[in-house]
Design a protein. Structure first.
Length: 204
């Protein structure tokens, strides 16, 4: 049966209004743009205020501001592979943008938006900052006890990755449908006569 005009058919025969998918894409874009702006702005301020300055205590010894330039990945790993990391980051941005076309739940919109902001924030440093394109050092300035110095982009990447794992654990696909339960759970009860619901469930 042909879906009504103005709707799109999802796997399993369910229909989703394009306006909902559009709203989720706008949510994804808004989260990515906002977090990216926060990351870039805080790095600019950190360079201006913390260069050649002593550490600034924000919350006693728990959180301090300590400027450092990191040629590696998140939390100062892989410092000898700056160019490679830049290329990987470009590929990751492309993958996230491609996946964003299929967003069908709020959880995935937030997760991918945070990931895009974090990856793009650190990639911007690698491209624009010294010592040169694709070799630029990432600005880190947040310091916790016994923990590598990090920045807002690193937080976004870890939060986004955590939300992706949470969605996967909950069985929610990127298009918003929920994975089918185990076959034994879907079989109808012979005594009750209950029938399993057709098609994938929608989830946020």
């Amino acid at each position: 049966m042909q879906a009504a005009r103005g709707t799109s058919v999802e796997p399993g025969g369910t229909t989703t209004a394009p306006t909902r998918r559009t709203r989720l894409r706008w949510l994804f874009a808004a989260i990515a743009a906002t977090l990216y702006a926060v990351d870039v702005t805080t790095k600019i301020v950190a360079v201006e205020r913390l260069t050649d300055q002593p550490d600034v205590r924000v919350v006693g010894e728990i959180l301090q501001l300590h400027l450092t330039r990191n040629p590696g990945a998140a939390f100062s790993t892989g410092t000898q592979f700056t160019v490679v990391l830049s290329c990987v980051a470009i590929a990751a941005v492309a993958v996230v943008l491609w996946l964003s076309r299929r967003i069908g739940s709020v959880g995935w919109a937030i997760a991918l938006g945070a990931l895009l902001a974090g990856i793009s924030g650190n990639l911007t440093d690698r491209i624009l900052r010294e010592p040169g394109p694709f070799r630029g050092h990432v600005i880190d300035f947040l310091m916790l006890p016994n923990w590598p110095v990090f920045n807002v982009a690193d937080i976004c990447i870890n939060v986004g990755a955590g939300l992706v794992l949470l969605q996967a654990f909950r069985g929610i696909r990127i298009d918003g449908s929920r994975e089918r339960r185990h076959k034994s759970e879907e079989q109808p009860d012979e005594h009750s006569g209950a029938e399993p619901e057709p098609g994938p469930e929608r989830a946020e």
